[in-house]
Every structure is written in C-alpha cells, then in structure tokens.
Design a binder for this molecule. Structure first.
Ligand code: ADP
Ligand code: MG
Ligand code: MG
Length: 879
C-alpha cells in the first residue's frame, strides 16, 4: 500500500518534494531535537492522488489521517473535541518550493461550542480560549468558505467600540462570547450553512481546502511569475497548537539569522506579545524589535539566539524562523532559507565563505544571475535629494529608488502600467491578491505593516523598491488619496518618489543615478571571474556606455553599431544627405563630414578601452529608420542639401523598399556604394593611429554585417584592406587589426567553412539570425508571439532566450564549420542573447570565446558564464 502520511519524526530536510518545504523542515527540526509541537504531514503524493480523483480524498488517505490523529491524541494526552482538555491543531499548507503567503493556514482547528469550554477548563483562561475560537471561525470562514475577512473585522471593530476597548486583547470573556455569536451568524449568512461543529469534519474540510488552494488564481499567478512547476502539488501539515495569545509571557514572532536587507551578521526580527500566528505577518498590529525580548524574557531570548545559530549552522545558510512563546516556553514553528535582497545574498555568501562554512563555488552558485539586476538598480541623485523635502518616512523594506504615478489598487496600477506609465502601488497593506499589481509597479508603498509584512517580503523577492509601515501618511483607498501629517493631499496619478534604502517618500519626481557597488560584491565578483571561461564584452556605441560597462567588468566592446552614432539630431541631416545622394560626388561630400564625426567617436572609445578589443560593425542601417517621413523634416533636409522638396520626395520614392528588413542594408549597401565602408575604414584606422600616437594601445576589429556568401565578404574585405594599406603607406606606420564578419544569415552558418577563409573572426548576430531562421519579423513579432507563448507553441520568446534547437543549432554548425577552416578563429555572440543566462549556458557549452551584451547585463553575463563553467565541472565529476 502507498504511504501518504508521515509523522514529523519520520522525515528529514531532503524530503521536500514529498513533504513540502515546511513539512521537511519541521521534520528536520524535530529530528535534531528542537522544540517543535508534534504533528504529521500529508504528502504531495496525497495531493496528486486527490487531483487524480477529481477532488476526492481516497479511503486510504482518510484512514491514514485518522490513524495519525489518534497517535497525536495519545502523545499529547488531549482529545479532539474534548470538553475537558481538547486537542487543537493548525492546518498548514507547504509546497516543495516556498510560496510565502500564497496558501492559507488555519489555526485552532478542533474548537467548537463544547471544546472551547474544555479549553477554558484546561487552561483556566477564558479570554484566550474564547479569543482562539473566534479567530478559528474567522480563519476557517475565510480559507475554507471564502468569506471575506472584512465581515469579521467589522464585527470586531464594532464590539471593541461597544466595550470601549483600544486593543483586541482588552476584550473581556463576555465581549468575546458576544463576538462569537456574531461570527457564527456571519458564517451562516455568508456560507449558507451552520459552522461545522464536528472537529473531524472541520479537519477534512480544511485539508481539501489546502489541496484546492494549490490551483487558486493567486497561486497560479505566483507560480507563473516564478516559473514553478504546477505538477509538484502541495503537502498539508497538521500540527498541535501552541498558544502565543495567553498573556504577557506569551507571544509570537519571526527571526532572521542575519539582516535580510543588508546581510549584516546580526539576528534580526520582530515579535508581538500576547498574539497568535498571523498577527505579525499580516501587518495588522505593528510589531516590536526582537531586542526588546531580551529585557522582557531574557532566558527565552537566549534560547532563541542559540536556536538561530544552530539552525543557520545546520542549514549553512541564513534562516527565516517562526517562533511562538507560550508562557515562557519557546516553540519553533518553521525555518527556511530566508528571502533576502541581492545585496544581502552576496554579503551573506561572502561572509559564510570567510567563516569557513561554504566554498567560493557554492557562494557563486547561490545567486541567480537575474537577481543582480536588483543591485544595479538606480538610486536618487544626491543633489536632487538635498534640494527636495521629505513628505513622509516609513520602514526601508526593500532597497532601490523609484519614481512614478500613484495608484491605490492593483487593477488600476496594472492598467496604467500596461498603458506605459511608471506606477507606484500605494496600499494600506498588501495581500496576495495584489501580486500582479506589485509585479507591474516600479515600487510599493504601504501605510501599515513591518519589515516582514506581505508587502516587504514579496517586494524583496521581486527586487522592487518598497517602503512599508509609513505611519506618517493616511491612505484613503475609497477616495484614492494620500493625506500627510503636514496637510498635503495627493491623488491618483500624482507623481511621487520612494527610497527603499532609507524609507523616505518624496512628493515629486526625482532624477535617478547608477547603483553603487560594495566591497563584498567586488570580492565575490573576483571569484566569479576566476570561475568563468567565456569572456564578456559589451555592446556599446558611446563613451558613456563603455565607461559603465568597464566599471561592471566588461573585457572589450563586442559590438559598436556605427549607425547608432548617427542617431544624434545634429548628425542625422548628413546621414540623410548621404542616403539621398544621387551621384558619388554628392555622397562623398556628405561622407567627409560624417567621417570627422566618426573619428571623434572612435578616438574617445579607443582611449577609454585602453587596449581592450573594440569590435566595430560597419554601417548597417535599415534605410527606413533613417529617412525623413514628415513634411517638416523633408523641408529641413531640402534646406540642408540644396535639393528641392520635389526632388527629395522623388528620391524617397525610389529608395522606398517593400521589405526593408530584407532590403538594401548591411554589406549589400557596400556592394552598391563602396565609398561608405571606405570612409568608415579610414575613420577607424586614422583614429587608431592618433590614439596609438598618444601611447595608448589599440585593438580594432572591423566587422562586416549581413554576409551570406564568401564572395561578397571577399570583395568588401579586399576593398577595406586596400584602403587601410594606403593609410599605412601614407603614415609610414603599421598597426595590427582584424577584419571579420557578423554571422547572422542562415546561409552564412551553413557555409561558415568557406566564409572562414576570408574572416579573422565570427560574431553571431543572433537577433537577425533568429529573425531570418524563424522568418519572424522582429518589428511585427509582438502581434503574434504572445499567442504563441500562451498556447505553448514556443517555450520562451526566441528573441529573449535563444532557440537552442533551431537557431542555436545553426550557431553550433557555423562554429564547427568555421573551425574546420581555421581552428583558432575567434568566435563570439552579440545581440540580446549575450545577456540572457540560459543562452549563455548554451554558448558556453558549444565552446564560444565570448558573449557581448548591453552594459547593465555585464555582471549578469559574468555570473551566468561562471555558473555554466562550474556546472560543467560538477557534471564531469559525477560521471
Ligand atoms: P505561512 O506559510 O503563511 O507562514 P504558516 O503555516 O507558517 O503559514 O502559519 C502562519 C502562522 O501561524 C505562522 O505565524 C505560524 O507560526 C503560526 N502557526 C502555525 N502553526 C502553528 C501552531 N501549531 N501553533 C501556533 N502557531 C502556529
Ligand atoms: Mg510561516
Ligand atoms: Mg543584424
């Protein structure tokens, strides 16, 4: 017979696919002797069985659950539903991959009209017993029957008012009895049935609700956002309750073994006295810092600190621990690897290496490349900050800076973001329903909640700037307005700025600057560098881009797109004159002016590159991107060129192409107008010589785009060589340089062995190669690719992550064939794929020399390359 249920003392941490993350860790903590309230886990196998039986718990599962329940009764000496000493349990979901706040937990299950009397009898504490019962009705109503919490919240607020109480804990037993009556009424009205009084029925309803919640929309969205496999299923943990709501020597809290924002080595956490479970996480009451526990209950505090150290040591990673104190007795209810900012992740990894706990390889593997994005996020310009006044201050929940328009509900935020606005989501507090709105926003601001509230945890996971617990402001979600203490009012659509590093809120748009890196990052990046085999270059057309990229560790330019150098307003007229020129003299006039501009640019790049290779691609303008369209522009061109408007219009008609992407561009332009590449070759080599004269080494690589045949490459290459030869003779100086080609047509991949006879290097232009291999126009793909993704006709957008089976296979073929002719030919990749981690793993595997990507992707590419290399070693070791 299959086994579906496991006692906590039967499992261990490695069993998380069977027991879920929460269950496996509860088992592990039980096994190593920590004070975990006893319980059992209904496995993910049971969830799969439940789904296979279309939402029915099979007899086998039911029998096993009952058996384990009986065991729990025996072990605790309490009975389910007893009127003297009732057993109460929590029902907690737990999937193999942590999904914080995604699935719902029910506490105090087993209470009913009679057993609540039993609990009073056993504990002698009517207040906390009745409080537990009313919490149970609310949670059960919400989780199992979908009764909105506000019905219960309203009743709670009303009764507090009637009784003249400030806090929940001030309510007297008689008040609570009244409240329970009202809760039961609400339950009946909203669900259409009486509150189930039979504890076993309560338990079965709760278990099926957890299994059902695996497929609820917010869980589905979360899994989609985090690429979690939907077939895992969830486990259910049934655990004996302990009570943090039994007075001032009880409480509940959360501890991180290190600071989850900065990574600093200090236990960091929050707790609430006289409170139960969700109170801390939900952010309804604002919790106090853990350090206060030291004065209030020093022994418990010490035990908690020892436990933190022990768990961190055991898991070799920063832990996020949930605990409850019942009458000065500490219980541990959960541990998991703590979510953290990227900054903290790197700091912790580096510190753990120094503490001798993990290897540098492990420290490299622990950070997902895309997480680095977060570090490279901007901050506010210091000067702007100095001259701007702070509107309000909250808790700095997730670092970074953002500016945008405020929206007060997730749906409006999503809508505005989809219209192209930068959006900041403003909420009293967030809940899992807000996930999509949070994902689409630049940043999140909440008025309530602590550093471990839903908003804070989720924002850190997403790498989004977030400020929580901002008590300086009042949010009116109905009226869609923020009121500040100083009397400011902000409405939907107004601009604010948030600093997630300081917690400050500004009532205006502030300019942003680049991220600053920190010492542990540099050290960690050294390890990354030593581990990787691929070289990382940058796609840069301007000195500023190159400067940024070098700062991030780029090893040269992999692609300098010369047509981008012409996009400037003051240059475009000369480009246009060159294009509309009707004879070689007109064209050479325009080219001469452009040459001076290009030389300035190249000199600047060579100077900054300081001997690193610069791959310059000769002009490749899809003509339609450069030609004037509006009458005003045409008139301007007419003035600049001395041609009449009619002449220009006629020329534009001549030049118009039906299919510009497949048209007169790239090397085809050079076949018809050789003087263009001649000018560029001169500009490159003359500037290289100037910089060489300044005593700075130069390494130019001249790249010819869109080649399909060896013959066209040979023709153009020879023309360029002749031009350069003439310069050398004139200047009586010879400088080394390479001429090579972009490989971006499928034909070029197939005949790469021929092409390699005339190229000193290949650079795969995977953007165009993807376009031409699929026959998908890059400019029009937005119209149909989303449907392809939705219908799973493709697994990922092939312009984002390389299609390994098709386009990737062509890259591999081109590489193999190129090397047949020239074993040492230098081969790289430029284009978007050069910064995509999955693609980088592929390029590593097929043995390329380098990838090139945009400046802000450089660190991500370096990390992905290092991980590809480490994984290769690991798999070699295991064979
Ligand atoms: P989540 O995954 O959302 O954190 P949990 O299952 O961890 O949900 O539970 C929510 C809250 O209830 C936590 O604060 C947890 O500590 C508390 N809790 C869970 N089980 C028990 C229990 N047996 N006794 C007391 N508190 C519990
Ligand atoms: Mg938890
Ligand atoms: Mg191209």
């Amino acid at each position: 017979m299959r086994k579906f249920v496991y006692r906590f003392d039967e499992g261990r941490k490695e069993m998380k696919f069977l027991l879920g993350g929460k269950g496996a860790n509860l088992a592990e903590m039980t096994r190593i002797g920590l004070p975990v309230p006893p319980g059992f886990t209904i496995s993910t196998d049971a969830c799969k069985d439940y789904n296979e039986h279309h939402g029915h718990l099979s007899e086998d599962i039911l029998r096993e659950v009952m058996l384990h329940l009986a065991h729990l009764e025996k072990a605790s000496g309490k009975r389910f539903g007893s009127t003297e000493n009732p057993l109460l349990v929590s029902v907690r979901s737990g999937a193999p991959v942590s999904m914080p706040g995604m699935m719902d937990t029910i506490l105090n299950l087993g209470l009913n009209e009679k057993s609540v009397q039993g609990m009073i009898h056993a504990t002698g504490d009517a207040r906390s017993s009745l409080d537990s019962y009313r919490r149970f009705i609310q949670m059960f109503g919400d989780v199992v029957f979908g009764i909105p919490s506000y019905h219960f919240e309203q009743a709670l607020v009303a009764i507090k008012k009637e009784a003249g109480c400030q806090s929940d804990t001030d309510l007297q037993p008689t008040d609570l009895e009244k409240l329970i009556e009202r809760y039961l009424d609400i339950f009946l009205t909203e669900s259409g049935r009486d509150f189930p009084q039979d504890p076993k029925e309560q338990l079965m309803l709760a278990i099926t609700a957890v299994f059902d919640s695996w497929m609820n929309p917010r869980a589905v969205i979360y899994r989609r956002l985090h690429e979690i496999d939907a077939s895992y299923g969830t486990a259910v943990n049934i655990q004996t309750m302990v009570f943090g709501n039994t007075g001032e020597t009880s409480g509940t809290g959360i501890a991180f073994t290190r600071n989850p924002s900065t990574g600093e080595k200090e236990v960091f956490g929050e707790f609430l006295l006289n409170a139960q479970g969700e109170d801390v996480v939900a952010g309804i009451r604002t919790p106090v810092e853990l350090s206060q526990l030291r004065t209030q209950m020093p022994e418990v505090y010490e035990e908690l600190m020892t436990t933190c150290a022990l768990l961190e040591d055991h898991y070799q990673d920063m832990q996020d621990i949930e605990f409850t104190i019942e009458k000065e007795q500490l219980y541990i209810l959960q541990t998991r690897n703590g979510k953290r900012t990227t900054k903290a992740a790197i700091q912790v990894a580096v510190d753990l290496v120094h503490e001798g706990k993990i290897s540098t390889e492990e420290a490299i593997m622990r950070i997902a490349p895309n997480e680095l994005d977060q570090l490279l996020h901007p901050a506010f310009h210091v000067d702007a900050l100095a001259s701007s006044s702070v509107l309000a201050t909250g808790l700095p929940a997730s670092p970074g800076a953002a500016t945008g328009m405020i929206y007060f509900d997730a749906a409006s935020a999503v809508k505005a973001a989809e219209m192209g606005s930068k959006v900041i989501l403003v909420r009293s507090e967030t809940s899992p329903e807000d996930i999509e709105g949070m994902a689409k926003s630049e940043a999140i601001l909440t008025a309530r909640g602590g550093m471990t509230s839903h908003a804070a945890v989720v924002a850190r996971g997403m790498g989004k700037c977030c400020v929580v617990g901002c008590a300086d402001i009042l949010i009116d979600e109905q009226e869609k307005a923020i009121r500040t203490k100083s009397g400011h009012i902000l409405h939907e659509g107004d601009q604010i700025s948030l600093d997630g590093t300081t917690g400050q809120v500004y009532g205006e748009e502030l300019p942003l600057t680049e991220a600053e890196l920190f010492p542990a990052f540099d050290e960690w990046m050294e390890w990354v560098n030593e581990a990787k085999r691929l070289h990382i270059r940058v796609n840069a057309d301007t000195p500023a881009d190159l400067q940024t990229a070098l700062h991030f560790g780029a090893e040269g330019i992999g692609l300098c797109r010369t047509e981008h150098m012409f996009f400037h307003e003051e240059r475009i007229p000369f480009v246009r004159q060159m294009i509309i020129a009707e004879n070689i003299r007109e064209r050479e006039d325009a080219l001469e002016k452009l040459k001076q501009m290009q030389k300035e640019d190249f000199c600047a790049l060579f100077r900054i590159a300081d001997g690193r290779p610069i791959n310059i691609r000769l002009l490749d303008p899809p003509l339609h991107e450069f030609l004037p369209k509006e009458t005003g522009e045409i008139e301007k061109l007419s003035q600049a060129s001395g041609k009449t408007v009619t002449e220009i219009r006629r020329r534009l008609t001549e030049l118009a192409e039906t299919n510009p992407m497949l048209g007169h561009r790239g090397c085809r332009l050079a076949v018809t107008y050789p003087e263009i590449y001649k000018m560029q070759a001169e500009a490159i080599m003359e500037s290289a010589m100037e910089i060489h004269d300044e005593g700075i080494p130069v390494q130019p690589e001249i790249m010819i785009p869109l080649v399909a045949t060896q013959a066209e490459l040979a023709l153009i290459k020879n023309e360029i060589k002749t031009t350069i030869q003439q310069i050398f003779e004139k200047e009586r100086l010879i400088l080394p340089f390479d001429i090579g080609t972009m490989i971006e047509t499928p034909r070029a991949c197939i005949v790469a062995d021929q092409i390699a006879q005339d190229a000193q290097f290949f650079s795969f232009g995977t953007n165009d190669l993807t376009q031409l291999t699929f026959g998908f126009s890059r400019d029009d793909a937005g119209k149909f690719l989303p449907s392809y993704e939705k219908l799973a006709l493709i697994s990922r957008d092939p312009f984002v992550s390389i299609d390994q089976d098709g386009v990737g296979a062509l890259v591999e073929l081109g590489t193999v064939r190129g090397r047949m002719t020239q074993p040492n030919i230098k081969i790289g990749v430029c284009g978007e794929h050069g910064g995509d981690p999955a693609s980088i793993h592929f390029f590593h595997k097929i043995g390329l020399h380098y990838v090139s990507c945009s400046p802000f992707r450089v660190p991500i590419a370096r990390l992905a390359a290092a991980q590809a290399s480490l994984l290769e070693h690991r798999s070699m070791e295991t064979v």
